[in-house]
Design a protein around this ligand. Structure first.
Ligand SMILES: Nc1ncnc2c1ncn2[C@@H]1O[C@H](COP(=O)(O)OP(=O)(O)O)[C@@H](O)[C@H]1O
Ligand SMILES: [Mg+2]
Length: 271
């Protein structure tokens, strides 16, 4: 099991989009994949499943329930919150706004996601964690649970704002709790080739390399098909199979699997 946190405290840079697309691509390549929605906004969850298909969410797994008698109660095991997604081989731990309470929980619960994944995640080859857009306890819990961090950035100077804060947070997690955490790289997203941003984008890439260490060769362009796909409860690679967006997402998947030193197609795959 390899766990990848998709993180950037800036909103709107493509964390949820890349979590959805990369996890779907890896499942379509034959891997067993689990996605953990670690954002109280639950955007990833609502792009896969309707709220009536699940009862337990990540907050039930990470937060101790309040009992009226004051008796300490254990949260649910991770297994109890796993549901199937519309993609074969891809499961999901949903989230909703109740997860926001995690920020007020005691520090020792920061370890719980890591421990639960260790205990219940063994059936999966890959776990992707969609991180919230803030530097808080949830992000720390996700980074503590992760082997790698992947950082989506928007392709402009604004898109890189705050990247140094994220790099600092990652460094702190590495120093204090998870010395094995590695940077997988940055993905330049929302690239607009029609606007003459090339100089700005190049500057952005150079800065990202300096802070993150590696930038993937594949940029993801700004394509309306990518934004439309979730309303059909599909990843763009299935919603717009023959579109240029799907080509870019597949080539990004190849790069990610190469960097993880995993085969581009799981050999035991039937499809
Ligand atoms: N490459 C892309 N092309 C078109 N729209 C995109 C692309 N990447 C993200 N979006 C859209 O931008 C918005 C923000 O993306 P999202 O993945 O939710 O960001 P984050 O999770 O970082 O807040 C969403 O509406 C999403 O559909
Ligand atoms: Mg998001």
């Amino acid at each position: 099991m390899i766990t990848i946190a998709i993180a950037n405290q800036k909103g709107g840079v493509g964390k949820t989009t890349l979590t959805r697309e990369l996890s779907a691509c890896c499942a379509l390549r034959g891997y067993q994949v689990l996605v953990v929605d670690c954002d109280p906004q639950g955007n990833l969850t609502s792009s896969w499943v309707d709220a009536d298909v699940y009862e337990a969410t990540l907050s039930h797994v990470l937060i101790e329930p309040e009992s009226p008698a004051g008796i300490k109660m254990e949260p649910l095991p991770l297994d109890d919150a796993i549901v199937e997604s519309p993609v074969v081989g891809l499961d999901l731990v949903p989230a909703d706004i109740r997860l926001a309470r995690f920020e007020m929980q005691p520090d020792y619960l920061t370890h719980r996601l890591r421990n639960q994944l260790k205990d219940h995640g063994r059936a999966y080859d890959l776990v992707f964690v969609d991180c919230p857009p803030q530097l808080g306890k949830l992000l720390t819990a996700a980074l503590y649970a992760a082997d790698f961090v992947l950082v989506p950035c928007a392709a402009d100077a604004m898109g890189l704002q705050g990247l140094s804060d994220l790099a600092y947070t990652i460094e702190q997690v590495r120093k204090n709790v998870n010395s094995d955490l590695q940077m997988l790289g940055a993905v330049i997203n929302l690239y607009k080739p029609q606007r003459n941003l090339s100089a700005e984008s190049r500057g952005a890439v150079e800065q990202a390399i300096e802070l993150v260490g590696h930038v993937f060769d594949t940029n993801l362009h700004d394509y309306s098909k990518v934004a439309e796909a979730p309303s059909q409860k599909l990843p763009a690679v299935l919603y717009a199979k023959t579109h240029r967006a799907a080509d870019q997402l597949w080539s990004l998947t190849d790069e990610v699997l190469d960097r993880l030193q995993m085969s581009r197609q799981k050999l035991s795959a039937v499809n």
